[in-house]
Structures are given as structure tokens and as C-alpha cells.
Design a protein around this ligand. Sequence first.
Ligand SMILES: [Zn+2]
Length: 59
Amino acid sequence: MHDAGDKNMGGARAVCPVCSMLVSRETRFASTFKQRRYYFCCKDCKAAFDGNPFMYMNV
Ligand SMILES: [Zn+2]
């Protein structure tokens, strides 16, 4: 079966480093840390990452 989510999401995906959820790279919740781009599922995850990136960057 084809994943129905593919059509709607489009584009590349990333994993929220805080909660491991799949997110679209078109999200407005994103941070750049150590020249890497991180994408988040929600503003709370972005805030958690921004507050302590070292805790999440190796996920
Ligand atoms: Zn998240």
C-alpha cells in the first residue's frame, strides 16, 4: 500500500530531535545549530532544543 501521507506532505521530511516525530521540512519551527538544520513538530520542542541543544543534537 502506498502511504497516503506522502501526497499531502510533499517535500523532504525530518525527525523532530526532541520527540522523534516525523515533521515536514517546510515547518516554521526550525533551528540551525552547529551548521545543521533541525526541524521540530511544535514550538515547545523548538524551545526545548533551543534551551539545551547539546541534549538533543546527537539523536
Ligand atoms: Zn517534537
